[in-house]
Design a protein around this ligand. Structure first.
Ligand code: PLP
Length: 286
C-alpha cells in the first residue's frame, strides 16, 4: 500500500509517517482515537465523532491538537489524496513526546501528537457479513472503568476478538455482573417485538456515535427504545440481536454462545435499521 498519511500537520507517504519512541501513545497508551466511515467519498457522522473526540480529550486533560474546521479539512484531504470512495479514516491523538518516559503528564509545552490514515474498503456498505450476520461468544468484561473514553488501550478488546476467532465466530460480547456491556468494538442490542433494548450510557460502555444515530432513527420509525442492561440468556431468547459501530453500521447478530437468535438469520428490524441508517447518513454526509 502507498497511502498518504497525516502526521502533525504534514501529508506524508506512509513509509515516512513516523512518531517518536518516546511518544506517550506508544509508551503508555496515553491517547484517544476516532474512526469515521466514508461512503461515496463523504464523511459519515463527522460532527458526532469530532464531538466525542473533544470529550475524550477533555476527560483525560489533554489539549486539542487543532480546531474542528482543521480536523474536517484534514479528513477531507485524506479522502481525496487516497481516492477513498468507501472506507474509514482512523484518527489518533496522543499526549505527545516529552522526550523521556515518566508517569507524570508532561507540561503544556509538549504538543499532542496527531496522526490519521485511511483504510480503503470498497464493499463497506455492502459487506457480505451483513447478509449472514455475526456469530458471537460472551466473555468476561475485564476492561478498565472508563470505557466511555475512546482510548487506544485496546489490548483486551483485541484479545476478545482473538477468542472469538479461535471459537470460529465473528466477535465477542463482554459480560459484567451478569449483563452484556458491549461488543469488542461495537454496541450491543436485542429486539423483542417492537422494542429495541440496549444498555444505558454510563462509563461502562463507549457512547457510540452510530448508537446515537440508530436510536434516533429507530424512534422516528416508531420502534420503542429501552435503555437497560440485558443478560446473555435474554439475548438468546430475543427475536433479534445486532451490533452497531462506524465500521459495521448495523450488523445483525444471529448466534450467541452457539445458540441461534430468532430464526438464526438476519432479522427484519436489524435489516431495516441498517437500510435506514445508510440512507439517512448518506444524505447527511459531509
Ligand atoms: N463500543 C466499543 C468498545 C467500540 O470500540 C466502538 C467503536 O470502536 C463502539 C462501541 C461503537 O462506536 P461508534 O458507533 O462510535 O463507532
Amino acid at each position: 500500500m502507498n497511502r498518504t498519511v497525516y502526521v502533525n500537520g504534514d501529508y506524508l507517504p506512509e513509509a515516512e509517517a513516523k512518531v517518536s519512541v518516546f511518544d506517550r501513545g506508544f509508551l503508555m497508551a496515553d491517547g484517544v482515537y476516532e474512526v469515521t466511515s466514508v461512503l461515496d467519498g463523504k464523511l459519515i457522522d463527522f460532527d458526532g465523532h469530532a464531538k466525542r473526540l473533544h470529550r475524550s480529550l477533555s476527560e483525560l486533560d489533554m489539549a486539542a491538537p487543532c480546531t474542528d474546521e482543521e480536523l474536517l479539512a484534514m479528513h477531507r484531504e485524506l479522502v481525496v489524496l487516497n481516492g477513498i470512495d468507501q472506507g474509514m479514516i482512523y484518527l489518533q491523538v496522543t499526549r505527545g513526546n516529552p522526550g523521556d518516559r515518566s508517569f507524570v503528564f508532561p507540561d503544556a509545552s509538549v504538543k499532542p501528537t496527531i496522526v490519521a490514515f485511511t483504510q480503503n474498503i470498497p464493499n463497506l456498505a455492502d459487506a457480505p457479513a451483513a447478509k449472514t450476520g455475526f456469530k458471537v461468544i460472551s466473555i468476561p468484561d475485564i476492561r478498565w472503568g472508563r470505557r466511555d473514553i475512546k482510548t487506544v488501550q485496546l489490548l483486551y478488546p483485541s484479545m476478545g476478538k482473538m477468542m472469538a476467532k479461535k471459537a470460529g465466530v465473528d466477535d465477542s460480547w463482554f459480560v459484567e455482573d451478569g449483563a452484556v456491556t458491549e461488543g469488542t468494538s461495537n454496541n450491543a442490542y436485542i429486539v423483542k417485538g417492537n422494542k429495541i433494548i440496549t444498555r444505558q450510557l454510563t462509563s461502562d460502555i463507549l457512547h457510540g456515535i452510530t448508537r446515537a444515530s440508530v436510536l434516533r432513527f429507530a424512534a422516528e420509525a416508531q420502534f420503542e427504545v429501552e435503555e437497560r442492561p440485558f443478560t446473555i440468556a435474554e439475548a438468546q431468547a430475543a427475536d433479534e440481536a445486532f451490533s452497531t459501530a462506524a465500521s459495521i453500521f448495523v450488523m445483525p447478530v444471529v448466534e450467541i454462545d452457539g445458540q441461534a437468535v430468532g430464526t438464526g438469520k438476519p432479522g427484519p428490524v436489524a435489516t431495516r435499521l441498517r437500510e435506514i441508517y445508510l440512507d439517512e447518513m448518506r444524505k447527511a454526509a459531509l
